[in-house]
Write a protein of this length. Structure first.
Length: 475
């Protein structure tokens, strides 16, 4: 029996208070493949009430009990791994190999990292005669995006559970099915009723209601900066904690001593991964002025090696973007780049040759981009790379930091000391030197309008805790 039109509240699958449905579109076909129910304030009230009641007992469970629970969740997650991958591929168009190896794997990786960090986490610390105690913050509203659904669900839910919090999750209504499978995982793992709840719906009807709810103690939101501002304003009246992971426009500084062939090729791949739908994608490639044309030639070859098409095909490594809205936005930004004078190295407006259906974008590289151009400043969220020249190291640092965002930065150099020096100048929450492997034990979050708070491993657990000082505790 499908749970697509139900919510998960207080340990059971339930129908919405007021039945309304929304088609879930497969972006590769532009056709609905299922429906979900979309909730209302009444559904949020039920879920929050269940979470509030459960918090009274769950917050007093021992770390050992919560660790055992997370390990059961992990076991069931592995049992449902293929179901999760298939759901992600259908709802957001990810090629199946990518859905398995990156999307579904991300949820597994964050469960592993949270469990590892939790095993060594201390909830108290003695300072003289004062005991510093870390306690669960309470009922947490978790609002997650469509671009990395399992990554964001797990790196919110797992640390919240570790901390002793109870949660209400609203996955993106654009890509909600993987979230429903995850709720089935939580149920099968024996999560106590009310500890984990799921309500599907839109931002205005569910997300903002969760954020403003007087019985919600914290909101953890991942999405666009525009939506994050709305969530923060909704939460402000009740003075609750708001942790946000928002937009990005990350610079990739290729220093003159880098291996250019490798650095540019990997930079293109990093930008185009997940069809460019990553908030920390290296979308601005900064290259020495005298090597700009060399970089364009390498980038052209790298971009044209991508195979865009049916996510079910083994030959595909670039699927569609997630929706008509995203497709139209990206097409408009590509056209703006052309109008403002950027050089189209490869790609451009329209669908790739041979594809007349589906939200497919031509893998696009712009050259001779200047820092003030729209494509150099706005988050595009598609397979579109802007290559920008710099005069010297200081100029590269200035251009990289000249953005309202500060989520990530990338530095390429064969001189590790030089790379570290430049990294120290970056106003970004994560800096990646020479394309390292994904590290789920690192912190993740942004400076400036890329948000606040940090996720992953013990950093995520910390965000769901309050700090209490018991002064005069004694020896």
């Amino acid at each position: 029996m499908s749970n697509h039109e139900n919510f998960y509240i207080d340990g059971a699958w339930v129908a919405p208070v007021s039945p309304r449905t929304l088609d879930v579109i497969n972006p590769a076909t532009e056709e609905a493949f299922t429906k979900i129910s979309i909730g209302s304030s009444a559904d949020v009230d039920k879920a929050v009430a269940a979470a509030k009641a459960a918090f009274e007992t769950f917050s007093r469970t021992t770390p050992a009990e919560r660790l055992a629970l997370l390990k059961r969740v992990y076991e069931v997650y592995l049992e449902r791994f293929e179901d999760i991958a298939q759901a992600v591929s259908a709802e957001m168009g990810a090629p199946l190999a990518f859905a398995r190896d990156s999307q579904a794997w991300a949820g597994r990786g964050h469960l592993e990292s949270t469990i590892q960090a939790f095993e060594n986490y201390s909830f108290s610390e003695k300072r003289g005669s004062t005991m510093i105690v870390k306690e669960p913050i309470g009922v947490c509203a978790l609002i997650t995006p469509w671009n990395w659904p399992l990554n964001q669900i797990v790196c919110k839910v797992a640390p919240a559970i570790a901390a002793g919090c109870t949660v209400v999750l609203k996955p993106s209504e654009i890509a909600p099915i993987s979230g429903i499978v995850f709720a089935e995982v939580m149920h099968a793992a024996g999560v106590p009723k009310g500890v984990f709840n799921l309500v599907n719906g839109t931002g205005p009807d569910v997300g903002q209601v969760m954020a403003s709810h007087p019985d919600v103690d914290m909101v953890s939101f991942t999405g666009s900066t525009r939506a994050g501002i709305i969530v923060a304003k909704a939460a402000a009246d009740t003075v609750k904690r708001v942790a946000q992971e928002l937009g990005g426009k990350s610079a990739n500084i290729i220093l003159p001593d880098a291996d250019f062939e490798t650095a540019v090729t990997k930079g293109v791949r990093g930008c185009f991964g997940n069809t460019g739908q990553s908030c920390d994608a290296p979308t601005r490639m900064l290259v020495p002025k005298e090597r700009h044309d060399e970089a364009l030639a390498i980038a052209k070859v790298a971009a044209e090696a991508f195979r865009t098409g049916d996510p079910k095909s083994d030959e595909t490594n670039l699927g569609p973007v997630v929706s008509q809205t995203q497709f139209d936005k990206i097409q408009g930004l590509i056209e703006t780049g052309i109008r403002e004078g950027a050089t189209v190295v490869t790609g451009g407006a329209g669908r790739p040759e041979g594809l007349n259906r589906g939200y497919y974008i031509c893998p696009t590289v712009f050259g001779h981009v200047t820092p003030e151009m729209t494509v150099a400043r706005e988050e595009i969220f598609g397979p579109v790379l802007s290559i920008i020249s710099y005069e010297d190291e200081e100029d590269a640092i200035r251009i990289a930091n000249d953005t309202v965002y500060g989520l990530a930065a990338y530095i390429q150099s064969q001189d590790i000391e030089r790379a570290r020096r430049v990294a120290s100048r970056m106003r970004a929450g994560s800096v990646y030197l020479n394309y390292p492997a994904w590290d789920t034990m690192a912190s993740f979050g942004g400076y400036k309008q890329s948000g606040n708070g940090r996720e992953y491993a013990d950093f995520g657990i910390h965000d769901f805790l309050e700090i209490k000082s018991v002064v005069g505790f004694g020896d």
